[in-house]
Design a protein around this ligand. Structure first.
Ligand code: NAD
Ligand code: MG
Length: 330
C-alpha cells in the first residue's frame, strides 16, 4: 500500500503564523529548521543549554536564542533537535513542566516517543516532521527556493489540528515544496533503524570490510583491495542515487553486469535474509532499543570498545594512505 503524499497546496502556513516556535538544539537539523522557519516569516526562538557554544552562531545567523528553560516557557510549539539520547533528559527537565493543553511537541525522529523514553501527557499534540536529508541540504535547498522531502506523523492529536500543524511546519522548513510523506512514529522508527543497521551503515561497512579482507588474505595488495572494495563504492552509489539500479547498470560493463546479477544473490543468500529478519524482530520487539538505552546509561562501554577496534582495522590505515594521493578530496 503506497503512502499518502502531501504537497505545498495541502499546507497552510497561517495555521502556525504568530505561534511561538521553540527549536531545541542548534546542530545539523536545528540550524536548518530555525533559519528556514525564520525566513518563512515565523516566530522562532532557539533553545540552548547554559553556556552553549552555538549561541554565537545562532546570533550571527540573525536568530533569537534563549536558555532552554526560558525558551520553552512561552512556546506554543517545541521541536526536539538535540541528539536522540539526550532528548529524554531535556524533556524531563525543561519540557514536561510546561506541558499544557494547546502545546505541540515536534520530533524529527520517532525513537524516544515510540519506545516510551518520552511519554508526553495526553493533552499535548505530538507530531513528527522529519526531513529525509542532512541539515545542510535542508537549508541550502530552502534558500534555493526548493526543499527536501519530509515525513509527517501524528502520535497524539489532542487539538484535532495536528496534521495541519505538521504540514504547516513542513512548509515552513521547505519540505512541503518537495512533498511530505505520511507515516507513523512506529514505521519511521523501525524502518530507520533497520535501514541503518542492515543496509546503510552496518551492512555496507561489513560488506566492504569482508571483501577487503578476502582479497588481502588471498595475497592481493591492500591498496588494490581498498580501491576495489571500498573506494569505488561511491561511483556505484552515485549512479544508483541518480537513477536507480537500472541507471547504474547502464554505466558498468557487460562483464560487471553479468557478475552482478549471477553472484550478488550468492552473497546476500538465505542466511543473510534470515539474519535481516532477526535484526528486524529485535527492532520491533524493543530489544534493540532496550540494549541501546542501557548502553547509554552505562556510559557506552561496548560502543566505545567496538568503535576503537573498528578504528584500528587495516582498511583505515590503507585508506588514509590512498586518500593522501587523492588531493582533490581536500
Ligand atoms: P546534532 O548532533 O547535529 O545537533 C544536536 C545539537 O544539540 C547540537 O547543537 C548540540 O550542541 C546540542 N546538544 C547536544 N547535547 C545536548 C544536550 N544534552 N542538551 C542540549 N543540547 C544538546 O543532531 P542532529 O543530527 O541535528 O539531530 C537532531 C534530531 O534530528 C535527531 O532527533 C535526529 O534523529 C534527527 N534527524 C537528523 C537528521 C540528520 O541528517 N542529521 C535527519 C533527520 C532527522
Ligand atoms: Mg537513520
Amino acid at each position: 500500500m503506497s503512502a499518502t503524499v502531501y504537497y505545498e497546496k495541502d499546507a497552510d502556513l497561517n495555521i502556525i503564523k504568530g505561534k511561538k516556535i521553540c527549536v531545541l538544539g542548534y546542530g545539523s537539523q536545528g540550524r536548518a529548521h530555525a533559519m528556514n522557519l525564520h525566513d518563512s516569516g515565523l516566530d522562532v526562538v532557539v533553545g540552548l543549554r547554559e553556556g552553549s557554544k552555538t549561541a554565537a552562531q545562532a546570533q550571527a545567523d540573525g536568530l533569537k536564542w534563549e536558555p532552554m528553560a526560558q525558551a520553552v516557557a512561552s512556546a506554543d510549539m517545541i521541536m526536539f533537535l538535540v541528539p536522540d539520547p539526550s532528548q529524554p533528559a531535556v524533556y524531563e527537565e525543561f519540557v514536561k513542566p510546561v506541558c499544557k493543553p494547546g502545546l505541540t511537541l515536534l520530533f524529527a525522529h520517532g525513537f524516544n516517543v515510540h519506545y516510551g523514553q518520552i511519554v508526553p501527557p495526553p493533552e499535548v499534540d505530538v507530531i513528527m516532521v522529519a526531513p529525509k536529508g542532512p541539515g545542510k541540504l535542508v537549508r541550502d535547498l530552502y534558500a534555493a527556493g526548493q526543499g527536501v522531502p519530509c515525513l509527517v506523523a501524528i502520535e497524539q492529536d489532542a487539538s484535532g489540528q495536528a496534521l495541519g500543524t505538521g504540514l504547516a511546519y513542513a512548509l515552513g522548513i521547505g519540505g512541503a515544496r518537495a512533498g511530505v510523506i505520511e507515516t507513523s512514529f512506529k514505521e519511521e522508527t523501525e524502518t530507520d533503524l533497520f535501514g541503518e543497521q542492515a543496509v546503510l551503515c552496518g551492512g555496507v561497512s561489513a560488506l566492504m570490510k569482508a571483501g577487503f579482507e578476502t582479497l588481502v588474505e588471498a595475497g592481493y595488495a591492500p591498496e588494490m583491495a581498498y580501491f576495489e572494495c571500498i573506494n569505488e563504492m561511491k561511483l556505484i552509489v552515485d549512479l544508483i542515487y541518480q537513477g536507480g539500479l537500472k541507471h547504474m547498470r547502464r554505466y558498468i560493463s557487460d562483464t560487471a553486469k553479468y557478475g552482478d546479477i549471477t553472484r550478488g544473490p550468492r552473497i546476500v543468500d538465505d542466511y543473510v535474509r534470515a539474519e535481516m529478519g532477526r535484526i528486524l524482530e529485535e527492532i520491533q520487539d524493543g530489544s534493540f532499543a532496550r540494549e541501546w538505552v542501557l548502553e547509554n546509561q552505562a556510559n557506552r562501554p561496548r560502543y566505545n570498545a567496538l568503535l576503537k577496534r573498528e578504528a584500528e582495522h587495516p582498511v583505515e590505515e590503507v585508506g588514509d594512505r590512498l586518500r593522501a594521493m587523492m588531493k582533490w578530496l581536500g
